[in-house]
Design a binder for this molecule. Sequence first.
Ligand SMILES: C[S@@+](CC[C@H](N)C(=O)[O-])C[C@H]1O[C@@H](n2cnc3c(N)ncnc32)[C@H](O)[C@@H]1O
Length: 288
Amino acid sequence: MNARSLLTDAEALLAEAGVASPRVDAELLLSHVTGVPRSLLLVAARPNDLQRRSYTELVEARARRVPLQHLVGSAAFRFVDLEVGPGVFVPRPETEVLAGWAVNQALRISAQGPEPLPGGGSPRVVDLCTGSGAIALAIVHEVPGATVHAVELDEPAFGWAQRNLSGTGVDLRLGDAADAFADLDGEVDIVVSNPPYIPLDAWESVAPEVRDHDPALALWSGDDGLDAMRMIEATAWRLLKPGGAVGVEHADAQGESAPEVFGRHWADVRDHPDLAGRPRFVTARKHL
Ligand SMILES: C[S@@+](CC[C@H](N)C(=O)[O-])C[C@H]1O[C@@H](n2cnc3c(N)ncnc32)[C@H](O)[C@@H]1O
């Protein structure tokens, strides 16, 4: 069977299983198995028997709604790749916008951005609820000279973050974001977080890839989905210097309720959309 026929059959199976992007997933899995870039799959040599068997197994797993990233073992996030698998939340494209906000804030402080801040220097950034380490890794990769700290509560997820952040200089700690980094109180320029934010009663509406494969601790956050947001707000207030900024991701239904969490002490409270235009993260600044 040539690549074209394999892809056609796989696409049909994945579409029937309710996979959102069946053709793309079929191509990415075949590229993973053969090592042939996706754009060359149709002109490359016919896959051999071993490759076809591996491909069939992977497509069947994908049809059972195992996340694509678990099957290929990695997830792309901005300019980096993260190792992912069972036990860790798969980083999402929508979080790249929040990470980009943190990168831009940090670049301005490090005096390398287009509008450097007076008295800039080495920005100190904290990523709360780091999961695979995606946001921390993006920042350390894109902001030379940044000092990056990250914390994760869940031991299996922490193990993945250790692998992804090894050798990067990120200060990774195992613990609860609620009381993390007491040694940095009042010394941090930027706090960034993609915490759990799904309301407990939204179980039915969550895709099988997420519900059955992302860890529960990465998803659910109390009746209104904002328990972690309230915790992050308190931790950010404790960690930030005067003038420091916080950015936190939220669900698209929380475009008003998430900013309200920052209503009391904070300046410049703003909500931001993701690439699809849906409300996605809130930012705020600690008064000077
Ligand atoms: C939605 S995932 C996001 C992971 C990563 N920031 C990303 O964007 O890919 C949330 C993460 O927060 C972790 N987490 C939940 N509660 C936490 C807490 N109190 N302290 C630290 N980490 C926590 C979960 O284990 C999970 O890894």
